[in-house]
Design a protein around this ligand. Sequence first.
Ligand SMILES: [Mn+2]
Length: 391
Amino acid sequence: MRILHTSDWHLGHILYNYDRTEEQADMIRQVIDIIAEHRPDVFVLSGDVYHTSQPSAAVQTMFAEALMKMHLAHPEMKIVITAGNHDSGTKHEIFRTPWQALGVHMIGNLDREDMDSHIIEVPGCGYVIAVPYAYERNIPEGFFQQLLDHVAERNVDQLPVVMSAHTTVSGCDYRGHEQATDMCVGGIDSLDVAELGQGYDYLALGHIHHEQFVHTGHHNVRYSGTPIAVSFDEDYPHSVSLVTIDSHGATPVVQQIEIKNLHPLVSLPPQDAVPWTEAKKQLAEFPSDNAAYIRLNVEVDDFLPPTANADAAALTADKECRFCYINTKRKREQKVDARNMTVNEFQTIAPLEIAQRYAAAKGIGFDDDMEELFGTTVRMVQEEERVQEDQ
Ligand SMILES: [Mn+2]
């Protein structure tokens, strides 16, 4: 069985007020070409189709057309699309029935009653178990293993079994999520890989934007990563994964196929930070015909000059590039307190750390129990927001 594995398309993403439709459409074109060339048996998108649970009509149309073109590029291919934490699980399933007629399977919500709704059989080829966004509190105990056992019963011919999930697995590499305000990333809600059960040949993961095999001792648990960067911290090559599994129990063979971004996300300088005058110089020298998005990494002592953003915009006015923002970094020895923090710095701090700082400033004890209670509360609030957005 051959699977084209991708995740985290984040269609409709707006990067510092810039619309990314053009490059996302170009990414989709590249994926369609890959499908036409390699003719996989299954296409798997492991969650985060859209960037928000309320994508515009234009963005939804772009995705619907993408599905249709993918289908037409290789009509025998099964297409399995699950919802991620950025998607509305309920809206994801609205057109589930008509899509199914074309071999496109849209799985948005967990269905505890109907296990079969998560299982896609690829006749004579294998099985795909599709699980949308999952974290500790919304996954019924043993759910993954029940699905795998269910497939094992049906799989008399010992065909390959692939499972798709959108979750954080403990011990994975969070590179690319340095500025994540997403509480779901960063280990708080991570699942131990053992909780995802046994019996799959390949676990196709989404949620973490850096492509990687998760260290489990086997080469079969993998994040495909984003096909094009969502954040400036994703400063590595991007790809989709073509996975070949010969038979049930065989080790998958993975080929990464690079995806080019029409408008790459570039940090100046790439690592570290430089004083403002040096950053301005680098921006002035940036090639005029390079249509990249630009972030400046600037080292600050105290405050940036008040005209800094306007200066940067003026320096790029006649260039193809799109200036996004100034990422301020403090000199290491400086202790930053909330009073002289930039908004950008504040946004990078996790809610838990803000609570801890507040508690410390007020002389309130913040022990492990408090930490757990706080974590639970944040998750409840987030879950409530998700439910509200879904309605
Ligand atoms: Mn994502």
